[in-house]
Design a protein around this ligand. Structure first.
Ligand code: NAD
Ligand code: UFG
Length: 338
């Protein structure tokens, strides 16, 4: 009995594979490496001392998925595979709808064919939209996402809720991630963005290592304590552990359940920059720049439901997140490119 991890070579997927293997679970990974490097999976093996089956395939490839389900006894799926860059999704909407929606539909059809009814899905805080006041709770009405990437997450949540109505035996856990940062404390796996990073922490670490000259802080005139936006940063190892709890939950329950994975704390851009400099001893030059389109002033979770249903709580704070992001960047200045 194995857990299929789609997108297992990616940032969150690779950390989750480590947690699953460390917990003694059998895993099977499928990835097409469109946004990752297979070296990540080699390092998952190195870190855990455990082996697993790895399929180099696109989740939209129905025959490849059938082969995986034929060759393995898959009891549950964690579905990370998808494209995730907000700005790119505005430029390339067709590719985003194609990749994120079709991969999910093909996966669900093949799961149905093989009688597999347990799914953990990577959703996002973006589904709350702009109209809700933080802390965000799962029962709040979902907002209208402002970009194609966000729409794929909302649409997939809807598909999974509909599926759970149609099939009373199906279990779908919709994990709404807040802002995952950090890396495995070993510094062997971490976030490996292509090109210039869009997200704050990889941008900060690339400034710190000297690959980029300075950070632009997008706006200091928001209605927040220091004028910069608040986000709920969560250590990727805590997030990965949440998936282990979610798989166990999916094994024992049916229906669709949305669950936030965040710390419940909102930190500002400048909190993160100053904490990073303090913890690492490396200065991060920055300038205040205009606001970035689409950014909300404050996005942070209420994490109570995850604690209640999954028995899960975060263990790491912002200092550990900064320490481990830097440890990864310092030890892998150009990511997995050796
Ligand atoms: P990532 O890009 O590092 O990982 C995604 C993995 O999926 C990559 O290895 C990529 O090669 C693979 N992949 C993409 N499309 C595929 C396909 N059609 N077939 C096979 N493999 C495919 O991203 P991540 O940060 O690890 O995110 C994982 C999931 O979590 C994504 O669905 C993402 O949208 C979601 N999410 C991420 C964040 C974040 O800030 N990182 C926040 C909210 C939600
Ligand atoms: N920021 C900067 N400078 C940068 C990059 C980011 O000041 O160079 C600021 C942003 O303006 C924002 C904060 O840092 O205030 C965090 O930005 P990120 O891009 O790291 O994260 P977001 O909260 O914008 O986006 C994240 C995920 C998306 C998801 C979104 C909504 O990356 O996938 O949360 O929940 F859709």
């Amino acid at each position: 009995m194995a857990i299929l991890v789609t997108g297992g070579s990616g940032f969150i997927g690779s950390h989750t594979c480590v947690q699953l293997l460390d917990a003694g679970r059998e895993i099977v990974v499928v990835d097409n490496y469109c946004n990752s490097d297979p070296e990540a999976l080699a390092r998952v093996r190195e870190l855990t001392g455990k082996d697993f089956k790895q399929y180099d395939a696109d989740v939209r490839d129905r025959e490849a998925l059938r082969r995986i389900f034929t060759e393995n006894h898959i009891e549950a799926v964690i579905h990370f595979a998808g494209l995730k860059a907000v700005g790119e999704s505005v430029q390339m909407p067709i590719e985003y709808f194609d990749n994120n929606l079709i991969s999910t539909l093909v996966l669900l059809e093949v799961m149905k064919e093989f009688g597999c009814k347990r799914l953990v899905f990577s959703s996002s805080a973006t589904v709350y939209g702009a109209g809700n006041q933080p802390p965000l709770t799962e029962e709040m009405p979902l907002g209208a996402p402002t970009n194609p990437y966000g729409r794929t997450k909302s649409m997939i949540e809807d598909i999974l809720r509909d599926l759970c109505v149609a099939d009373a035996e199906f279990s779908a856990v919709l994990l709404r991630y807040f802002n995952p940062i950090g890396a495995h404390p070993s510094g062997r796996i971490g976030e490996n963005p292509n090109g210039i990073p869009n997200n704050l922490m990889p941008y900060v670490t690339q400034v710190a290592i000297g690959r980029l000259p300075k950070l632009s802080v997008f706006g200091d005139d928001y209605n927040t304590p220091d004028g910069t936006c608040l986000r709920d940063y969560i250590h990727v190892v805590d997030l990965a552990r949440g998936h282990l709890c979610a798989v166990d939950y999916a094994m024992e329950h049916t229906g669709a359940e949305a669950i936030n994975l965040g710390t419940g704390e909102g930190y500002s851009v400048l909190d993160l920059v100053h904490t990073f400099a303090r913890v690492t001893g490396v200065d991060v030059p920055y300038v205040i720049a205009p606001r970035r389109d689409g950014d909300l002033p404050a996005v942070y979770s209420c994490p109570d439901k995850a604690k209640e249903l999954l028995g899960w709580e975060t263990e790491f704070g912002l200092e550990e997140m900064c320490r481990d992001s830097w440890n990864w960047q310092k030890n892998n200045p150009t990511g997995y490119n050796k």
